[in-house]
Write a protein that binds this ligand. Sequence first.
Ligand code: BG6
Length: 492
Amino acid sequence: MTERFTSVEDSTGFAFVLFGGTGDLARRKLLPALYAAHRDGMLDLDGKIVSVAQTALDPSGYLEWVNDQVKPHISGTIDMQVWREFLERIVYVSGDLDKPEVFSSLSDALSATHGTRIFYMATGPALFVPVCHALAEAGLTEGARLVLEKPLGYDLESSNAINDAVGKIFDEDQILRIDHYLGKEAVQNLFALRFGNSLFEPLWRREWIESVHITVAEELGVGGRETFYDQTGALRDMVQNHPLQLLAIVAMEPPQSIDADSVRDEKLRVLHALKPMGAEDIRQNVVRGQYRAGAVRGETVDGYIDEPGIRQDSSTETFVALKTDVENWRWAGVPFFLRTGKRLAASVAEIVINFRAVPHSAVGSIALRPGSNRLLIRLQPDELIRLGVLAKQPGLDMTLQKVHLNLAFDQLFQRRKMDAYQRLLLDVIAGRLALFVRRDEQQAAWNWIAPILREWNAPGSFTRLYVAGMWGPAAASALLARHGTCWLEEEN
Ligand code: BG6
């Protein structure tokens, strides 16, 4: 894990080549993150950003595009002098990635840069392999790094095909598969909580933990990414990566150190230990949902199939809830519940660890006080760690009440938090691999969801509808109720 913010000493020049330079990710996340790194003095002065895209713009036209499209996604006030200096780093190469000409223009642009070349594929996965071949043919790959955005492929076979093909051009330690959840401050804090304190480790096991819930919920719909989303769905877009990575970090054994392979080896062991899903398991323990019209924060919103560009008969899921088991000594018998979806009642990402109830209550009934003996680790919107415990109300009687031991990071550390992409891009530039997903981890995650994808393609499989602005289909609550638990909703 990165223990400190990257400083300029970590690199001597770089050329950050951004394929998909006018795309949504570049506009909303990548260029704002590079700007933030520049503003914070963390980018080598000799570093250049070479944006590549099909949009026919001359260099000044692209800078205008950046001015109009990227600035609104930067938080805080922008110092215009700093912004102008940032723009000076940017070079634009326009062209069709299917044609060789764009790679000779790119080669020319790169000849004016120094330091490590980074090729960031912020494009659809269909372009990953052809672009890598073209880069190799243009002689640009020596010592370079390749960054691949998720989802890498569409299923196990296609992701293997991409990994095999790019693996012939780049070594594994030159390939950085990004999962931006790993760059979130709260995920780093989860490592600190688990492995920096002796308090939790003895309790972090089946003897003391009853269940683990992981929620990554969004109020947003699929606006602007309809075509991509309709072919992808929540299982591939989310479950395969962010929630499974969180699960792996919650369940992993303490790594020997926080270097890249120690951490990734332990996460991999967890992914391998996930109970394989059979057809009956999937019917019982996986809920597939799609939103219909409803209201989010008081605003009426369309149903998924009424979004522009979505097929009226689409059964693509915008919600998944599931139960899984980690079949190893530490976790046998502890259900792990994952849930993710769009157009839900709140935008929140959190992990809930439910500890077992006391074996005998000497201080009155505890049954009516849910939420005690619970550790909440919230990643967003606010970052917090909250332990629910029972305390006695003042007075003569032994009346118990649930209270919180609360660690609210925004109040505790009143300084600007580094955005996940900023951290990860600095790691890309410095070549630190710990927060990137290794091929075997990714393969294990695809492998685990493969039976679900197969089952959902089988005749008779169906998608449940839920009202936008609610917490998904009722079946998602029923799934937990069958295991004597419930999702944590609306605890502030
Ligand atoms: C991306 C998914 O990986 O994560 C999006 O493709 C999703 O569909 C996004 O909206 C959520 O990320 P965050 O950081 O906003 O929770």
